[in-house]
Design a protein around this ligand. Structure first.
Ligand SMILES: [Zn+2]
Length: 386
């Protein structure tokens, strides 16, 4: 998929060359640069389904597969740049076709759900003069590109197509946490996706985040409700959330978000760019163990909520979205997907009583695990901090 095969730069897409624009400047000073488009027609090198089939060999539960967003790939064509004989419109048209194909192939390969990773949504609002594309009002175009893809799917398919937003997560740093969600969420929820995984655990004002999610997410996104998985696990912080903390976060979120459309998730991948560097955790090996502890914290919290006297909250107690991203973790991560005792997944009742015909046919005990190799697949080139 995408435009490069490995982080070392091998397998560069034949339509690309090194030397594209900076993608992100992270808070800790490191940055990521992209290749640049030099010709067309653009086709992916490989598809997310290619890694999914490998992961599925280790999984005994339904899997969620992440795919790259068309908005991210669109940045291969630098701002104001032109490619001889290949217009931006042609490129974006090819891109939308490829992204649709990526999603369909993932479902065909066995993904229970497919999630479009949209980390660049919040970054598009950063207006950082050091990184000109973030100051070019690209968010509307990004939303349009994703919508062009999502709207090609039926309501039944869109129930299982999600969009992820975050402030970035790489080497325990972020690229856009200072951008207020109020600028992003109204546009984000205009996408007719069936679910959203939203970084929230590390937000300074969680109540405001929950409130905006509740206000802007929709009961009816062209025939389906939008399920909101709020982040309850802070992936860049080694402190392991207790089940009680997770529980409290969800109970509080339910004050703002309709409970039949509320679920929990981790804020982001634990290391979605596949660089084994976790400075906040000390060593990567330690970080792996902690990451699984943090993920597991969301399971007992669900049981705790089930035993609560508030029966109305039982609806969403079974909803959870287990996601992790860490290149090189394929086998162990997939094996962990088979952990017994992790309740959760999307249940038919989770979608609410209003549109039973749209309910997914996933088993109620399904667990999903996000296996991400975004780093090597995207071909990001990591620049160390000066
Ligand atoms: Zn993320």
């Amino acid at each position: 998929m995408g435009f490069m095969t490995t982080m070392a730069g091998t397998g560069l897409n034949p339509c690309c060359a090194p030397g594209g624009q900076t993608f992100a400047l992270f808070l800790d000073g490191h940055s990521k640069a992209m290749p640049k488009l030099v010709g067309g027609p653009f086709r992916y090198n490989e598809y997310a389904a290619d890694s999914l089939v490998k992961a599925l060999k280790f999984a005994s539960k339904p899997m969620m597969q992440a795919v790259i967003a068309p908005s991210m790939v669109s940045l291969l064509m630098p701002l104001h740049a032109e490619v001889p004989g290949y217009t931006r419109e042609q490129f974006e048209s090819d891109l939308v076709d490829e992204c649709e194909k990526d999603i369909r192939k993932a479902f065909a390969a066995g993904a229970a759900r497919v999630q479009i990773d949209f980390t660049e949504g919040r970054l598009a609002l950063k207006s950082d003069p050091r990184n000109p594309w973030t100051d070019a009002n690209l968010l509307p175009r990004f939303i349009e590109l994703i919508s062009r893809v999502v709207d090609r799917f039926t309501p039944e398919e869109r129930v299982n197509i999600g969009v992820h937003t975050c402030a970035g997560s790489d080497a325990d740093s972020n690229h856009s946490a200072e951008v207020p969600y109020s600028s992003l969420l109204p546009a984000l929820f205009s996408i007719n996706a069936g679910y959203f995984t939203i970084q929230a655990a590390c937000e300074e004002d969680k109540d405001e985040t929950y409130k905006m999610i509740g206000e802007h997410s929709r009961d009816d996104a062209d025939g389906i409700p939008q399920i909101c998985y709020v982040g309850v696990i802070w992936c860049q912080n080694p402190a392991v959330e207790t089940p009680q903390q997770v529980c409290d976060s969800l109970v509080r979120a339910a004050d703002f978000i309709p409970k039949e459309r509320l679920g929990s998730t981790d804020d982001c991948g634990f290391q979605p760019f596949a660089i084994d560097k976790k400075p906040a955790y000390g060593s990567p090996d330690f970080a792996r163990d902690i990451a699984f502890e943090k993920i597991a914290s969301r399971a007992p919290s669900l049981r705790r909520r089930n035993s609560a006297s508030d029966r109305a909250r039982r609806h969403w107690s079974r909803q959870t979205s287990l996601r992790t991203g860490w290149g090189g973790w394929l086998a162990p991560a997939a094996a962990r997907a088979c952990w017994p005792g992790l309740p959760g997944g999307v249940s038919a009742s989770a979608l609410g009583p209003r549109k039973p015909a749209r309910a997914p046919s996933l088993p109620s005990s399904c667990e999903t695990l996000r296996i991400t190799f975004l780093g090597p697949l995207l071909g990001f080139v990591s620049q160390p901090a000066n």
